[in-house]
Design a protein. Structure first.
Length: 114
């Protein structure tokens, strides 16, 4: 069973950048489809981006052109590069792995504010 730990969140000004990381352990990283989700206060958790085992990516419309999802199988780590951040990107960001079951990290807070 895979364990996921997110890092890289923090406070950033509008227009700034952050890179989130999701370190996986306890499983064979390369067999999982992966993704990033986020949950803002008072809102439901929503999909941000996904990346398949083969590297195919998908993004929610609101982050297209600003966020980039990637994965490094040699480091068992997935990334989310976030550029041109907006206040509406403020949320807790969660790492997800899927292979039959869904596995989740505990999340990392991203706050975009001046």
């Amino acid at each position: 069973q895979v364990q996921l730990v997110e890092s890289g969140g923090g406070l950033v000004q509008p227009g700034g950048s952050l890179r989130l990381s999701c370190a996986a352990s306890g499983g064979i990283f390369s067999i999982y489809d992966m993704g990033w989700y986020r949950q803002a206060p008072g809102k439901q958790r929503e999909l941000v981006a996904t990346i398949t085992r083969g590297g195919s990516t998908n993004y929610v419309d609101s982050v297209k052109g600003r966020f980039t999802i990637s994965r490094d199988h040699t480091k068992n780590t997935m990334y989310l590069q976030m550029n041109s951040l907006k206040p509406e990107d403020t949320a807790v960001y969660y790492c997800n792995a899927v292979r039959g079951n869904n596995y989740w990290g505990r999340g990392t807070q991203v706050t975009v504010s001046s």
